[in-house]
Design a protein around this ligand. Structure first.
Ligand SMILES: Cc1cc2nc3c(=O)[nH]c(=O)nc-3n(C[C@H](O)[C@H](O)[C@H](O)COP(=O)(O)OP(=O)(O)OC[C@H]3O[C@@H](n4cnc5c(N)ncnc54)[C@H](O)[C@@H]3O)c2cc1C
Length: 387
């Protein structure tokens, strides 16, 4: 049985561990900190319907609606199936409406138009100037518990997890990665881990992992700021019905409303500081959708980096596609044994793993179909069973 080593314990690494164990591989995962301490544990918590991307990024939109339907089936406990509204407040929003509805239709995203009165019956806190709304199947996800379901199931199927264990180097022999060097932050010990294949699932840090192996990856960290205010101002996810921009989403998350987000490009994912003026922008623009935002106390502010794939044709970070890709470094860099999986969304973690494990099966001569579309995940609490 081939031993596959996963670098990175975010949602992508968790979904990889699940798919790989189901297809019979031996799996070890190394995470330099706590699980989900990278971007996964700090995202907005939106299970995308894809509507946000339907007009300008239909590939990502189709990926999102497909995965949205699948995650509702395999991990319903990690989701609040509350749906979302795209709200039109001014004439520019109304002008965007026909293109938005056409694009949702062509991406297979159910979209139902509501009058302002119908929308306010669901969400009384919406701006009284509301002109109309479109209901779509967005939902709130628990950013930690959803991927924890994948880890719990992978653990039950034999995957081994190593937290606070950082990959610090690669050992190569005849153009093939043979082992990684790991530093254990708990014991301060270094040791080598041999494997048959190594998967770089280090998110916005994936470029650094490739640099350790002496190769480049077309990845650019794209941080964003989020702000949570006290209380659930709405029960549905609220988006602005306009060209996807910054600070145009409100997500009810337990007892809070999470507002966001912004985006810029950075080089080092470890030294990102959030620009304080982003918070004022977020509050101002979310207030246009739900006026009570500006009177509500801020509970917390944080930021995290997106693992964006560099695209020459898209300089504006808002227009860089949110699709994903896996790079077999044998093809791109003549280095056997290393695959990088980058881009995507927390919503598409399962599909990202499927594409990569299909490639691993092809490379290792296994003809085993993916089962993660239908296999129900164990509850996240099962991860701690027997710990
Ligand atoms: C502001 C913001 C809001 C977002 N909102 C949403 C949303 O609402 N819905 C949605 O679907 N998506 C959202 N996303 C996107 C989503 O969060 C990411 O696409 C996803 O979490 C990436 O997961 P990952 O596992 O690839 O990366 P990460 O979660 O970053 O995991 C990579 C892991 O690798 C580890 N690592 C790094 N270096 C090493 C090393 N040398 N050795 C071992 N481990 C290492 C890191 O510690 C980290 O835990 C958002 C992103 C941002 C930035």
């Amino acid at each position: 049985m081939e031993h596959i080593v996963i670098i990175g314990g975010g949602g992508t690494g968790a979904a990889l561990a699940h798919d790989l164990t189901l297809r019979g591989f031996e799996v070890s995962l190394f995470e330099r900190g706590e699980f989900f301490s990278g971007t996964t544990g700090r995202h907005h918590g939106l299970l995308h319907s894809g509507a946000r991307y339907a007009v300008h990024d239909p590939v990502a939109a189709r990926e999102c609606i497909q995965e949205n339907k699948i995650l509702r089936q395999i991990a319903p406990q990690a989701l609040e199936q509350n749906d979302g509204l795209f709200v039109a407040i001014n004439d520019s929003d109304l002008q965007y409406r026909p293109e938005f509805l056409d694009s949702c239709r062509s991406c297979g995203i159910p979209a139902t138009e509501l009058t302002a009165d119908q929308a306010r019956a669901f969400e009384p806190a919406l701006n009284p100037a509301l002109k109309l709304a479109v209901r779509i199947p967005d939902a709130t996800m628990d950013a930690w518990r959803l991927p924890m379901h994948f880890l719990a199931t992978a653990k039950a199927n034999g995957a081994r997890f190593h937290r606070y264990c950082e990959v610090v180097d690669f050992h190569k022999s005849s153009g093939t990665v043979a082992a990684v060097r790991v530093f254990d932050h708990k014991t301060h010990r270094e040791y080598d881990v041999p494997g048959d294949l190594f998967i770089n699932a280090a998110g916005a840090w994936a470029g650094r992992i490739c640099a350790l192996a002496g190769i480049n990856l077309p990845l650019q960290p794209g941080p964003g700021v989020l702000a949570a205010v006290n209380g659930r101002l709405t029960n549905m996810v609220i988006n602005r019905l306009n060209r996807a921009g910054e600070a145009d989403i409100i997500i009810p998350q337990r007892g809070l409303s999470v507002l966001g987000t912004t985006v810029w490009l950075a080089n080092d994912p470890d030294t990102i500081k959030y620009p304080p003026e982003h918070v004022a922008k977020i509050i101002k623009q979310c207030t246009e959708m739900v006026p009570s935002v500006k009177e509500t106390a801020i509970h917390s502010v944080w930021c995290a980096p997106r693992p964006l794939i560099v695209q020459e044709q898209a300089q504006d970070p808002l227009r860089i596609s949110r699709t994903f890709d896996c790079f077999d470094h044998r093809e791109t860099d003549d280095l056997e044994g290393l695959i990088s999986l980058i881009g995507g969304k927390a919503t598409t973690l399962r599909a990202m793993a499927e594409k990569t494990v299909d490639l691993i099966c092809k490379k290792t001569g296994r003809n085993i179909a993916c089962r993660t579309k239908t296999e129900k995940l164990l509850h996240y609490r099962m991860f701690y069973k027997g710990v």
